[in-house]
Ligand binder design. Structure first.
Ligand code: ZN
Ligand code: ZN
Length: 327
């Protein structure tokens, strides 16, 4: 865009496509849904807000459900009657008695060595994001350090940790929840292939003259700015805020210092649009169609109906409380 319109020279922001792909990430690897580097002596965050009878899905059923769906896609076979019934029961959820605080799910871990261009808080080289596996009707009134919720979709709150690998010491195994509110809250373990890109704002965020010029240029060039050349889909770090929010991100201020909030993480289920394919990495074109289909929606995590999780960080100090939105 900067080659076509000089005005775009000022508008590019660094964004990182994380490119999650199903795999078996280790503790010391960047991952979605993988094990986190967690000091032996540090307690794993739990959410006490769900005791009682809940509508939920057992994690082992989520795994079985996904295995069946994968097998169906690969073999092209029809589902049996029993499989259909099981899939319906997983999608509907069932009554589960929750007796204790629920351990949070590991959502994301990123090492500075994999994304050195991110603005890391001084001395920190691991970013970790955890998520409650259950929806929340209200802002949690209990203590979940590191979380600040601002969200109109009752989405599960996230907790963010920035760590220094030098001070972690001995690393221990951490618990995992045995159930989730919906199957699409359970992240499939993925390894990451981070890629640095330049992102331009959504068409609605451009100055009016420039937006009109871009729309005219689309007519002759054949490109589509909105779907191909501006906001990047999938799991990304940094970049531009999503426009059109009722509570626009540019009115957000840090709860601790009043400073500006900027995008840290965006997570949406689809890595590219199956029709346009413009964000599909060229490496995927040579792969088996079933593998490519799996890579298009690798994490299994969907917020609401095709919504996106947005986490914003304080520009002044990345360790100030995050703000979360699902839009
Ligand atoms: Zn919770
Ligand atoms: Zn702040």
């Amino acid at each position: 865009m900067a080659e076509v319109f000089a005005e775009f020279g000022e508008l590019g922001r660094v964004v990182t496509r994380l490119h999650p792909r199903r795999g078996d990430p280790g503790v010391w690897e960047s991952s979605v849904g993988g094990p986190l580097v967690w000091p032996v002596g540090e307690s794993w965050p739990t959410c006490p807000g769900h005791q009682g009878v809940q509508s939920a899905v057992r994690v082992e059923d989520v795994r079985a459900h996904r295995e069946t769906m994968r097998d169906r896609v690969r073999s092209g076979r029809e589902l049996t009657w029993e499989e259909r019934e099981f899939l319906d029961s997983v999608e509907d959820g069932s009554e589960v008695l929750v007796e204790q605080s629920v351990p949070l799910l590991p959502l994301l871990q990123v090492f500075a060595r994999d994304v050195p261009w991110l603005e890391w808080p001084a001395g920190r080289d691991v970013l970790q994001v955890l998520m409650c596996p259950m929806d929340h009707a209200d802002e949690p009134d209990f203590d979940l350090p590191g979380v600040s919720v601002w969200d109109r979709w009752n989405a599960p709150p996230t907790v963010v940790r920035w760590r220094s690998t030098d001070s972690v010491g001995a690393v221990g195994a951490h618990p995992m929840p045995s159930m989730v509110q919906f199957d699409h809250y359970y992240p499939e373990p993925c390894v990451l292939f981070p890629e640095r890109l330049v992102e331009y704002p959504h068409l609605w965020e451009l100055p009016e003259d420039l937006a009109e010029a871009v729309e005219e240029w689309e007519e002759t060039s054949g490109y589509r700015y909105r779907s191909q050349l501006s906001i990047v889909p999938g799991w990304v770090l940094g970049g531009w805020p999503k426009p059109g929010a009722t509570d626009p991100p540019d009115e957000m201020a840090c709860a601790e210092c009043g400073g500006e909030m900027l995008p840290l993480l965006r997570a949406s289920s689809m890595e590219w649009d199956a029709k346009r394919m413009s964000w599909c990495p060229i490496e995927e074109f040579d792969r088996d169609p079933a593998d490519r289909e799996e890579a298009k929606e690798p994490t299994g995590v969907v917020y609401g109906r095709e919504n996106t999780l947005h986490l914003y960080r304080c520009w002044e100090d990345g360790e100030h409380p995050m703000q979360q939105m699902v839009l």
